[in-house]
Each structure stands twice: as C-alpha cells, then as structure tokens.
Design a protein around this ligand. Structure first.
Ligand code: ITT
Length: 208
C-alpha cells in the first residue's frame, strides 16, 4: 500500500481577496502551500470582538484551526489616522459599514481632513498576524507602514484605503506603487516575513 504523505499547508483565515493576493506573493517562498479558507472549504462567521489587532488575529486563527486541525494563519489590520485619534483602527473594515464602497469611505476620510495641514496628516497601516498550530501554540507578529493621508483618491493597485495612503518618499499612494514594492514596504509584508521566521523555528522545534 502506498502511503501518501499529508501535504503540509497553511490555511489562511481571511475572506478578503485583496489581502489574499498579497499574502500569496509574500509567502510564496515558504515551501508550503497557502490556501484561503474558501479553498479549504471552511465557512466561518467569526466575531472579531477583540480590542487590538493582535487579539482579533488570534481569535480568527484559533477559531479556524479548531475547525480544521491544520496550521492556520490570520491577518488583522487597519489604518490609524493620528488626527482622528487612531480611527478607524481596528474598525477599518466596519467603518461606515462593511458593504460601503471604498470610494465612499475614502472620500469621507478626505473630507474629515480637508483643511488639515500636512504635518497633522500622519497615519499608518498596522498588521498583526497570528498563527495557530494544531498543538495549541499560537505565534504572533506585527508590522507597520508609516505615511500620511493624501489629498485625493489616487491609484488602481492594492485595495481598501490604499488610494488615500500617501508615501511622501515615493511621491505616490500605496495604490500607485507596484504590488512588489508595496509588499516590500507594507505592514503585511513585514508582519508575514517575521511570521515565516517564527513558524520555521516552531516547526523545526516540533521535529526535534
Ligand atoms: P478578514 O477579517 O476576513 O481577513 P477584513 O477585511 O474584515 O477581512 P480586517 O478586519 O483585518 O479584515 O480589516 C482590515 C481592513 O483594513 C481592510 O478591510 C481594509 O479596509 C484596511 N486595510 C488593511 N490593510 C490594508 C492595505 O494593505 N491596504 C488598504 N487597506 C487596508
């Protein structure tokens, strides 16, 4: 009888296609297949009731790991605008309603900052990644990308708030730079690269 070795893979607990595109690119050299929750056939409505990005990432990764028993990663992220005391922050997806278009959300944020000078427009994207292992261990990492809120909607790449997130050193929004450059600079790229290191170490430890 031929025993097929179970393929090692990571299930990524996200329903956000924009995130998933970036995650696949960033994790493509991991030596493990990365599948979305949908590809793994898991449907889950998870209540993100944490107060920090880390708490919510852990809630999502644990909930899906308990359902499938595989290695599960989750990303909880958002945009913090200093002039708005850190809003929308952990409520970034829910800001003005989950189903409201980003054209409307982005225009509303630009309007709130209409006469605010450049030095008060600082903002950052934050990403927490959690990885829940079948043995119960949970790893977490965090990445940040600093920028300012721009003055108009610009660019077609990326997703969500990218068209209003301006990177002064590039003279472009994160929706105008290439996907490769965004992954190099981004909160998600940083958090996931750190998670790759942690997960490799954790898996090596488990094999010892
Ligand atoms: P999942 O929980 O299914 O992963 P979600 O979209 O609900 O998807 P979050 O709760 O983590 O995910 O919300 C993150 C929101 O923050 C996301 O919907 C965007 O509005 C914003 N966001 C995060 N990273 C971003 C990025 O790289 N570019 C633009 N907007 C981003």
């Amino acid at each position: 009888m031929v025993h097929r070795q179970m393929e090692k893979r990571i299930v990524f607990a996200t329903g956000n296609e924009g995130k998933m595109r970036e995650i696949r690119m960033i994790l493509k050299d991991m030596g493990m297949r990365v599948v979305s929750m949908r590809e793994a056939g898991i449907e889950a409505e998870i209540e993100e009731n944490g107060t920090t990005f880390e708490e919510n990432a852990v809630i999502k990764a644990r909930a899906v790991m308990e359902r499938c028993g595989e290695i599960v990663m989750a990303d909880d992220s958002g945009l913090e605008i200093d002039y708005l005391d850190g809003a929308p922050g952990v409520y970034s997806a829910r800001f003005m309603g989950e189903d409201t278009s980003y054209d409307i959300k982005n225009s509303a944020l630009l309007e709130k900052l209409r006469s605010v000078p450049e030095e008060q427009r600082s903002a950052r994207f934050v990403c927490a990644v959690a990885c829940a292992l079948p043995d119960g261990r949970v790893l977490t990492s965090r990445g940040v990308m600093e920028g300012i809120i721009g003055w108009e909607i610009r660019g077609e790449n990326g997703f969500g708030y990218d068209p209003i997130f301006y990177l002064p050193e590039y003279g472009k929004t994160s929706a105008e730079i290439s996907p490769e450059l965004k992954n190099e600079l981004s909160h998600r790229g940083k958090a996931l690269r750190e998670m790759k290191r942690q997960l490799s170490a954790a898996l090596q430890e488990a094999e010892r």
